[in-house]
Design a protein around this ligand. Structure first.
Ligand SMILES: *[C@@H]1O[C@H](CO)[C@@H](O)[C@H](O)[C@H]1NC(C)=O
Ligand SMILES: *[C@@H]1O[C@H](CO)[C@@H](O)[C@H](O)[C@H]1NC(C)=O
Ligand SMILES: *[C@@H]1O[C@H](CO)[C@@H](O)[C@H](O)[C@H]1NC(C)=O
Ligand SMILES: *[C@@H]1O[C@H](CO)[C@@H](O)[C@H](O)[C@H]1NC(C)=O
Ligand SMILES: *[C@@H]1O[C@H](CO)[C@@H](O)[C@H](O)[C@H]1NC(C)=O
Length: 286
């Protein structure tokens, strides 16, 4: 059970902005990604010791809205005909604890392991050691992968953030972490819940429909009653740590920041709101 500040759409805001500001409705929500240490994450934990996973999926169009003014690098690559306008995007694959086995902490983060020590990335991800190595970037930063369904990995700070904060806790190398992440994402997109969401682009769903589509296996995040995040629970294989089938969420607050919304919109992307027109400076000679 977690009591976290909501921080939906971290993918769009890049590593730090969203973690600090949050961009969904206020209120508790189950996203482990943006947690500063002290609210459930164990910074510097030894890699490879965890029991569960959360797969973070995001609805890129709604996540883009709060960020229209800042992360233009990523927004340039989103249009109404993008894959990411009609499908759930990859946010992250996060090792999770069974808190009863970890002093009531909820997840490991910025871990120490065979590929390095990532504790200092919590304060700043600018250090080159926080970045995934070149071979991993070359393998997944392609039109087939990140540039289609993980725009924040390709053009924002998310590949560095997810690798240093969460991937470092697997004990795997970055290539293998991203490979498992992508295969879990592709597997998840075939599940009834994600398929239901993708059938509702531009429409609203009731809380009841949303919960029914996922059957207790996910928690949610909203921004102004637009769906931003889906957090799917998976068990980890005891021996290989690989994600097994979807599991019931251990969080009793499934609706998270969507709880205040009777209906939840799956936003069709129509671009950023037009900024208010500039008033003509007086006395301008043309
Ligand atoms: C963990 O939380 C439970 C329930 O709140 C409490 O009984 C237990 O003492 C806590 N354990 C630790 C190690 O803090
Ligand atoms: C991914 O590739 C694009 C296109 O070449 C490039 O602009 C971007 O900087 C790359 N991203 C990363 C994280 O390497
Ligand atoms: C990464 O780990 C995988 C799985 O253990 C292994 O097959 C692969 O060779 C490793 N890649 C690098 C670049 O070390
Ligand atoms: C994996 O670990 C869990 C929790 O310790 C245990 O209940 C389960 O039986 C184990 N499964 C296997 C296949 O060892
Ligand atoms: C989740 O819990 C429900 C009701 O307790 C149960 O019927 C269902 O099989 C569980 N699903 C998973 C994936 O464990």
């Amino acid at each position: 059970m977690r009591a976290l500040a909501q921080a939906a759409c971290a993918a769009f805001l890049g590593a730090v902005a969203c973690a600090l500001q949050g961009c969904g409705e206020p209120g508790p929500a189950p996203s482990p990604s943006p947690a500063p240490s002290g609210d459930g994450g164990e910074t510097g934990a030894p890699a490879g010791r965890f029991e569960n996973w959360i797969l973070g999926l995001m609805w890129q169009p709604a996540c883009s809205l709060p960020d229209c003014g800042s992360d233009k690098r990523v927004l340039k690559h989103l249009s109404s005909s993008s894959y990411a306008a009609e499908h759930l995007s990859l946010h992250g694959l996060w090792p999770e604890y069974d808190p009863s086995l970890h002093h009531n902490l909820s997840w490991p983060q910025f871990c120490k392991g065979p590929v390095g020590s990532f504790e200092k990335c919590e304060a700043s991800e600018r250090d080159p050691l926080c970045r995934p190595p070149r071979d991993a970037l070359a393998k997944y930063n392609t039109t087939a992968d990140w540039q289609t369904f993980a725009l924040g990995y390709a053009w924002g700070g998310l590949s560095t953030h997810e690798w240093s904060k969460h991937g470092s806790c697997t004990g795997w190398n970055a290539s293998y972490y991203f490979e498992v992440e992508i295969s879990t994402y592709k597997r998840a997109l075939k599940l009834p819940g994600p398929l239901f969401i993708e059938s509702k682009v531009g429409k609203k769903v009731s809380q009841k429909q949303l919960l029914a589509a996922f059957g207790g296996t996910a928690t949610f995040g909203c921004h102004r009653c637009m769906l931003t995040d889906i957090f799917l629970a998976f068990a980890a294989d005891n021996a290989t740590l690989l994600p097994l089938g979807v599991a019931n969420s251990t969080d009793p607050d499934l609706l998270g920041s969507c709880a205040v919304c009777s209906h939840i919109e799956v936003l069709a992307w129509k671009g950023c709101p037009t900024p208010p027109p500039q008033t003509e400076p007086r006395g301008l000679v043309v």
